[in-house]
Write a new protein. Structure first.
Length: 82
């Protein structure tokens, strides 16, 4: 991500960061976007647990978790007015 942001001028654009993860969260990813994109409208980011990486399940949004994730995304999109 750092390489992409340093090689592409996103000035004047809107960036809406999102992340799925295996339980580790976003770390400093969203802050990195803010730091490296000073002339960009960076909206509130979204992160959700998508699987259990340590168990080899990389994207497991199904059954009850599917509806939870759908509600989380819907709420996030309303907050950022998309």
């Amino acid at each position: 991500m750092k390489t992409f942001l340093s090689e592409h001028d996103l000035g004047g654009q809107t960036v809406i960061p999102f992340n799925t993860n295996g339980g580790y969260g976003v770390g400093s990813s969203f802050q990195t976007i803010d730091d490296r994109c000073p002339d960009v409208d960076v909206r509130e980011g979204f992160s959700t647990r998508g699987g259990l990486e340590r168990d080899g399940v990389y994207l497991a949004i199904k059954e009850d978790r599917r509806e939870e994730a759908r509600a989380e995304v819907t709420d996030w999109l309303r907050r950022i007015q998309m």
